[in-house]
Design a protein around this ligand. Structure first.
Ligand code: PRP
Ligand code: URA
Length: 209
């Protein structure tokens, strides 16, 4: 699909507003990101296929629904992706985890890769890539390219905020990967920041500058 799936759940929108507020502390920001990520995880997984297995309740045997297929992979784009990862793992503790280490060069706005580690059998699993911010989309496009080179073929991208420019570029680069986000903001500014946005997600999570 083109565009993005916007998750408009009132609790998501309420928490996002507090996260955007520049007066919110590092501790508060981190806690809210963890809380909001469980709600986003709920939405990004809402159509997962189910299979049935036979279990015995204390009263009788039944065919009960269970997630079909292999365990999910959550791929965190470091470092800010880890803020979403924690809450996702609270909800799906059995998920496997991939780490893609990228930072955005502040001059060129191009991603610089410094780390990659992922499960072997990505081609057999749904991979949900998480990063709070989709700005120019250069980082997300590169992270997904890398995962595809390692055979991933069933991918979703989850972020907190997106810029319209980033959504368009991402759709063009990876038309097979749906985007889920809590908001598509107004635009990118001249420094490649999302406005109104929430600032630098990694810095706000970790109290760096
Ligand atoms: C931020 C963010 C994304 C990227 C988005 O990371 O977490 O990875 O910028 O920007 P883009 O869409 O223009 O590529 P950053 O490079 O600041 O690194 P960090 O997570 O280590 O703070
Ligand atoms: N990365 C961030 O953390 N924030 C932005 O607004 C853009 C890129």
């Amino acid at each position: 699909m083109s565009g993005a799936n916007v998750i408009s759940h009132p609790l998501v929108q309420h928490k996002l507003t507090i996260m955007r507020d520049k007066g919110t502390s590092t501790q508060g920001f981190r806690r809210l990101l963890r809380e909001i990520s469980t709600l986003l995880c709920y939405e990004v997984t809402r159509d997962l296929p189910l299979a049935h297995q036979t279990i015995e309740t204390p009263l009788e045997e039944m065919q009960a629904p269970t997630l079909a297929g292999k365990k999910l992979v959550f791929a965190s784009v470091l470092r800010a992706g880890n803020g979403l990862l924690e809450g996702m793992l609270d909800l799906v503790p059995s998920a496997r985890v991939a780490h893609v280490g990228l930072y955005r060069d502040p001059e060129t706005l191009m991603p610089v890769e410094y780390y990659f580690k992922a499960p072997e059998d990505l081609n057999e699993r749904l991979v949900i890539v998480v990063d709070p911010m989709l700005a120019t989309a250069n980082s997300a496009i590169a992270a997904i390219q890398k995962l595809k080179e390692r055979s991933a073929n069933n991918i979703r991208f989850l972020c907190l905020l997106a810029a319209p420019e980033g959504v368009a570029k991402f759709n063009e680069a990876h038309p097979d990967v749906p985007i889920y986000t809590a908001s598509i903001d107004r635009k990118l500014n001249e420094k490649g920041y999302i406005v109104p946005g929430l600032g630098d997600a990694g810095d706000r999570m970790y109290g760096t500058k």
